[in-house]
Design a protein around this ligand. Structure first.
Ligand code: NAD
Length: 289
């Protein structure tokens, strides 16, 4: 056999082995999920959707009270647990994953959703702002993914890691250096980890929302007022403003983001990894005057 032919055979043998090795996604009704920042807004909606599809859910949040409320909404301790956890701390992440594994025996679906927004013009953004923003979103999601991948590869059953990124991680929003850069970091983690973990049947995808005003603690806690000032609209009209600037003219709600997480993890997109799905009613796709 010629060298080139030998290479071809070895290559295909390798690919065949990979095909045999990577498990297909299990139905959501058999899955164990961890949702970071699951106590509010988008994370809460994701936790609700995954639980409605039958998954057992660990709701992790810096705000333990909120996590407990959401876990309570999802059913008894056999369906959902709450954990007070700070994703900017390695201990917090270990606590979150331990809560899920202790309660349900493993983890095979993780949603990196926890986030804050420090959005200021460049010249007002301090090193401390940058560090805090990145500690929670870029570093926090990297560590959550690393520890979840450790568990998933040991289980050998594949799994899903979903990042709730943002339109702002893909295109530039105004006065957004710290938040936008941390989101862009998360966006590339999706591709890097999809490449690294694909051979284990672990799929890594992103969802990019925009303008989810209703239910969002980030919007209620200052970002809304700041954005309203940037865009020159009254804060109470911000949801409507965001809806009007979309291609579809529709307001994006937390449930719409949860729908995308369901689409990615529910089995229908079983051959999709490294993808980002925009849930922005068309904002990132077009330049709108
Ligand atoms: P939210 O404030 O309602 O939810 C965020 C949750 O994360 C809160 O419950 C908060 O307590 C928790 N959290 C914050 N810091 C944490 C930490 N260190 N450890 C653990 N939990 C922590 O906001 P949301 O609008 O639902 O945002 C959820 C995610 O979606 C964020 O990553 C955000 O950047 C992203 N996002 C939101 C929008 C939007 O329009 N609302 C758009 C794009 C992306």
């Amino acid at each position: 056999i010629e060298e080139s032919e030998k290479f071809r055979i070895e290559y295909w043998e390798l690919e065949e082995a990979k095909l045999r090795r990577t498990p297909a996604p299990k139905p959501l009704a058999t899955r164990i999920a961890l949702v970071t920042g699951g106590g509010s807004g988008i994370g809460r909606a994701i936790a609700h959707r995954l639980a409605a599809e039958g998954a057992a859910v660990a709701v992790a949040d810096l705000d333990g009270e909120r996590a407990r409320t959401v876990a309570g909404e999802l059913g008894g301790p056999d369906r959902a647990v709450a954990v007070t956890a700070d994703v900017s701390s390695e201990q917090g992440i270990a606590d979150a994953l331990r809560a899920a594994t202790l309660a349900f025996g493993g983890v095979d679906l993780v949603v990196n959703n926890a986030g804050i927004s420090i959005s200021k013009p460049l010249l007002e953004t301090t090193a401390a702002d940058w560090d805090r923003q990145h500690a929670i979103m870029a570093r926090g999601s990297f560590l959550v993914s690393r520890e979840a991948a450790r568990i998933m590869t040991e289980q050998g059953l594949g799994g899903d890691i979903v990042y709730i990124v943002s339109k702002n991680g893909v295109v530039a929003g105004p006065d957004n250096i710290a938040y936008g850069a941390a989101k862009a970091d998360q966006a590339h983690q999706v591709r890097l980890l999809a490449a690294e973990l694909g051979g284990h049947g672990i799929r890594v995808n992103g969802v990019n929302p925009d303008g989810v005003v209703r239910g969002s603690g980030i919007f209620a806690g200052g970002w809304g007022a700041q954005r309203a000032a940037v865009y020159g609209v009254p804060e109470e009209k911000l949801g409507e403003f965001y809806a009007r600037r979309t291609l579809l003219g529709r307001e994006v709600l937390p449930e719409h983001v949860a729908n995308a997480v369901f689409a990615l993890t529910g089995g229908e997109l079983s051959h999709t990894t490294g993808l980002h799905i925009p849930v922005d009613a068309g904002v990132a796709a077009a330049f709108l005057r």
